[in-house]
Design a protein around this ligand. Structure first.
Ligand SMILES: Cc1cc2nc3c(=O)[nH]c(=O)nc-3n(C[C@H](O)[C@H](O)[C@H](O)COP(=O)(O)OP(=O)(O)OC[C@H]3O[C@@H](n4cnc5c(N)ncnc54)[C@H](O)[C@@H]3O)c2cc1C
Length: 600
């Protein structure tokens, strides 16, 4: 049975030492986030994740959710109690605004906690995770009355939230949505239609479920310009604001799926259900994007989280399992074979996993800090520049983070050999659970198009220029230290590849959009490599300084420097190959006529 221990030391290192959260102490929300508070929160959250959620991961996967005739859904044994503990401990309220009962702590801390919960039990973590997205949308677009009605209960996790976009005939292309919203005399709307694949659409964890639903009002314009957002509670509220009459919506079925079995993925039937418009009519997609951007970062964290959990179990096995001898001669003469750790190919997979998970953790937590800075940084300039970088990095964290999270999970399964393929050992669950993160919240190919088609060009390329400059600054700072000079040179080169790739896109993507489309995925991966390179430069410098200052935890910082070197040697060269791939253009990609694809 796999085990999980939250990587609290690493999260504390990133938040306290690399991002230096203490430096932000004067900003609203950061007053209460001193180093010792951060340490305490991280350790407690880690304990909750490892002790309460991780033990339910395999059993929840095996049992799954059950739908009854009346449309009600039961979550696996232990989930309701665990959610009760989650709620009582206030984990859902951590970075929610104080005005609605939240603790108002910085998002950077919330992101660290989210990672632990998702590593321990991704299917569980999605129930409160989606609620966070719904809370964000209501915070920005909800009326004061809607906020007062729903947010305190949702922030407290007494009611959970969902997001209802997908319909049978439309997933990526939301302009095709058919669900109808008919205005009623009392100002509400009657919502009718079928939504599919709705995560946490129905369950027994809370007394009410608040659905955010995209639908069309009569005479709405075609396409995405005619979509509105509605809040549709499972139980309508009585005069005291408590769940009363049952709304006319129901879970019609739950999907049988590859992974995250313990999260109910529902077909939701709305049959004239009562809902209320959130924000302006026909501006629903913009409102939903607020939710989706937060959710995309959350999904990137899921990739990291599954990679981390799988890594821990890959290492545990490699340290114990004995097969063959080291290429350089036996290392353990008392035994008939050495452990898997002596084999360079096993080491390659473990080092890949370390370089990715630690680099990605730094990137995700930096993104958490950027979320905070977009709201509370002291000057308009700082808020704008945080927003630029966050917008640019969101599709990269989602796309690159989940691609590599999945790769890490399969690599760790590989370390277990045939035993990794056997269900009771639990490694295949990481692979199954990690797989969905590449698909939902906008498939990774769509993330790549968001990066290339929207984010690059915004404000005349200001965000990507800011990333180039940030990397340049960090390269210059690291070059003088012989422990980091090699990494700095390699990240500089990868940054050069990204600059050249960007130039190529500008010269070839506009004249032929297929060139941009065919190059986008590789471009997203180059950006991922450079972003992680930037993180390794920062972590490397922090570690080198800590060692120079005689830090106690020497092995931790020394391991960082080795992994930084590994990242430079083994990740950055791919940037050049990816650039050459994308610069081949779209011609061969698009050359075959459609009918030639089917096998005779
Ligand atoms: C377990 C699970 C949970 C989910 N939870 C939710 C939820 O809570 N709420 C919700 O609303 N939805 C949810 N979804 C739906 C999910 O977001 C969609 O499945 C996803 O966005 C893709 O849509 P689709 O399946 O219709 O694929 P399609 O849109 O048909 O796309 C199929 C493939 O074509 C590619 N593609 C499509 N359009 C483009 C394009 N313009 N450019 C490049 N490539 C393109 C995509 O990359 C994709 O791989 C969930 C799905 C699953 C499986």
């Amino acid at each position: 049975m796999p085990s999980f221990v939250a990587p609290t030391r690493d999260s504390r290192f990133i938040i306290n030492e690399v991002l230096k959260i203490d430096n932000y102490g004067a900003l609203p929300g950061f007053e209460g986030a001193s180093t010792d508070i951060v340490d305490a929160v991280i350790e407690e959250a880690g304990k909750f994740a490892s002790e309460v959620l991780a033990p339910l991961n395999a059993s929840g996967d095996q049992e799954g959710c059950t739908r009854r005739q009346d449309g009600s859904v039961t979550t696996p044994a232990g989930f309701k109690e665990a959610h009760g503990q989650f709620r009582e401990s206030g984990w859902g309220t951590l970075s929610a605004p104080e005005e609605f009962g939240g603790q108002g702590m910085p998002h950077v801390l919330g992101f660290a906690v989210e990672e632990f919960m998702s590593s321990a039990n991704m299917a569980f973590a999605m129930y409160p995770g989606l609620t966070n997205g719904a809370v964000n949308a209501l915070l920005v677009k909800g009326s004061p009355e809607q906020q007062a009605t729903y947010l305190p209960k949702m922030v407290a996790n007494e009611w959970l939230g969902t997001m209802n976009l997908t319909e049978p005939h439309c997933g990526t292309d939301l302009g095709l949505i058919r669900t109808k919203a008919e205005p009623q005399a009392d100002g509400s709307f009657a919502i009718t239609g079928t939504k599919i694949f709705i995560s946490a659409g129905e369950h027994d964890l809370t007394e009410n479920i608040i659905h955010l639903v995209l639908a069309r009002t009569p005479d709405a314009p075609e396409g995405t310009k005619g979509i509105s957002l509605f809040v549709v509670p499972k139980f309508l509220l009585d005069e005291d604001g408590n769940p009363g009459e049952r709304n006319t919506l129901m879970c019609g079925a739950i999907e049988h799926k590859m992974g995250i079995h313990a999260n109910a993925t529902c077909v939701m039937n709305y049959d004239g259900a009562t809902g209320w418009l959130v924000g302006e009519e026909n501006k629903g997609l913009a409102a939903m994007f607020i939710m989706m951007n937060a959710a995309r970062l959350g999904v990137g964290i899921q990739g990291l989280a599954q990679g981390e959990a799988a890594y821990q179990n890959g290492v545990a096995y490699a340290l114990e399992r004995r097969q063959g001898r080291a290429l350089t001669g036996p290392t353990d003469l008392d035994e008939k074979a050495d452990t898997l750790m002596v084999h360079p190919d096993v080491r390659r997979m473990l080092m890949d996993a370390r370089a990715f998970t630690e680099g990605m953790r730094a990137l995700a937590l930096w993104a958490g800090l950027l979320v905070d800075l977009t709201h509370v940084a002291a000057s308009e300039d700082e808020r704008t520049s945080a927003d630029d970088l966050l917008g640019l990095l969101t599709p990269v964290i989602k796309g690159y983070g989940t691609d590599l999270g999945y790769k890490t999970a399969t690599d760790m399964q590989q370390i277990w050999g045939g035993h990794g393929y056997i269900v009771e050992n639990g490694m295949e669950q990481f692979v199954r659970d990690a797989r969905i993160a590449m698909i939902y919240e906008g498939a990774n190919g769509v993330q790549a198009m968001d990066l290339v088609g929207r984010k690059l060009a915004m404000n005349g390329g200001r965000a990507i220029q800011a990333l180039f400059a940030e990397v340049g600054k960090e390269v210059a700072a690291a070059k003088g230290d012989e422990r980091l000079a090699d990494l700095a040179g390699r990240v500089e080169k990868a940054n050069g590849e990204l600059q050249a790739a960007t130039m190529w896109l500008m010269q070839n993507g506009l004249s032929n959009p297929n060139n941009a489309g065919a190059a986008a995925y590789d471009y997203m991966h180059i950006t991922g490599i450079v972003a992680l390179g930037l993180m390794w430069l920062r972590m490397g410098q922090t570690s080198a300084s800590a060692l120079d200052a005689g830090a106690e935890d020497k092995p931790f910082y020394e391991a960082k420097l080795v992994t930084a070197r590994y990242f430079g040697e083994r990740f950055t060269p791919e940037a050049g190959a990816l650039r050459r791939k994308m610069e081949a253009g779209a011609e061969a990609v698009m050359a075959l006529p459609e009918e030639a694809f089917a096998r005779a």
